[in-house]
Structure formats: C-alpha cells, structure tokens
Unconditional design. Sequence first.
Length: 191
Amino acid sequence: MQTRESSAERIEVVFTAEAIAAAIDRMARAIAADYAEADLRIVAILKGAMFVVSDLSRALATLPGGPRPTLDFMAVSSYGNDTRSSGEVRLLKDTSESVEGCNVLIVEDIVDNGLTLHYLQGLLRSRAPKSLKTAVLLDKPYRRLADVRLDYVGLVAPDAFVVGYGLDYQERYRTLPFVANLILPSGESAR
Ligand code: IMP
C-alpha cells in the first residue's frame, strides 16, 4: 500500500497496526514468562518508544501471573534532525527513580547501528541494577557498530528509514498507527 503524505515524500507501509499488535503480544508473553511474579522496572526511551511501552506494559497487565511493571523514562538524542546517526548520544532526560537493585527492562523503538542502546545499557549497568535486559520493537541488524544484546525483538525491519508508531522524521510521522518506509522525493529510501 502506498500513501501520499506530501508532494515531497511518500510513505509505504511495512508493518500494519495488526502486525505490530501481534509482535507486541509475543514480546509480552516472552517477558511475562521470564519475570513471572518478579518486580520489574521498565525504562522506556523517549520519544520513540512511547507507543511501544504503552501497548507493551498494558499487554503485560492482562497476562495472568505476568509482572506488573513500574514505568520510568529516559530521553536521548542521537540523530538530531537527520536520518543518519551522528554517533553522538546526548542524555536529555534521566530516570526519575534510582534503578539500583531493580530488574530493569529497557524498552526501545528501534536499533540500527546500536550506539544509542550501547550508551544506555552502559549507563544503566553502571548503576548496579539487579538485572538488565532490553526489549526493542524493531531491529535493523544491517549496520551495527556496537555490540548490543537484544533480549526481546518484535520485528526485523528492512534496511531502510522507517517512520510511524513513535518513529519520526524531523518530528513528523510519529503518530501513524503503522510503520512505513519513508521515501524521499529522489525516490530513495531515507536511510
Ligand atoms: P542507533 O543508535 O543507530 O541504533 O539508532 C537508535 C535511534 O535512532 C532510535 O532510538 C531512533 O530514535 C533512531 N532511528 C534509528 N533508525 C531509525 C529509523 O529507521 N527511523 C526513525 N528513527 C530511527
């Protein structure tokens, strides 16, 4: 399916809202099985993971015996307004609560070169959590620069710049209920 967003750019649906919901449900079941009745602190990374964490945490709440996580947030900036990673990660907002001694689950929208997640995992690990795992909705494994461990992956994204379901291009497209490939006026995927 193709959708014309503006005369300058096009988007092409990659994952429908239904495919995303199914992936979130699979992730929730795997997380629930691993944590059972354990305390769980979810640290979601703003702004991209806002819809993932919203749907994932509510999916967990409906699973019998699943964890009832508490939610905290961090915000980082790694891309500025570009589609390519600058490699620089800047912490814009830290967690509100200490993670020391907690079972921490990072919830991210997408992992591409891995530098953002590598920074976040290192920072949180240095704060002595009881355990640290990572759940990511979309994995783009094609251009990894940092060796990062992903414990729960929703879907493997194509090697393209995608938008929607929290993911933006210059702050646009975040609120789309699906994930789409962003195609620039040149006809190329914004990568
Ligand atoms: P990484 O450091 O290259 O792994 O990128 C991580 C961050 O870059 C994500 O949390 C997103 O905010 C952003 N990002 C990476 N790939 C995409 C994409 O295809 N679309 C939108 N944002 C992306």
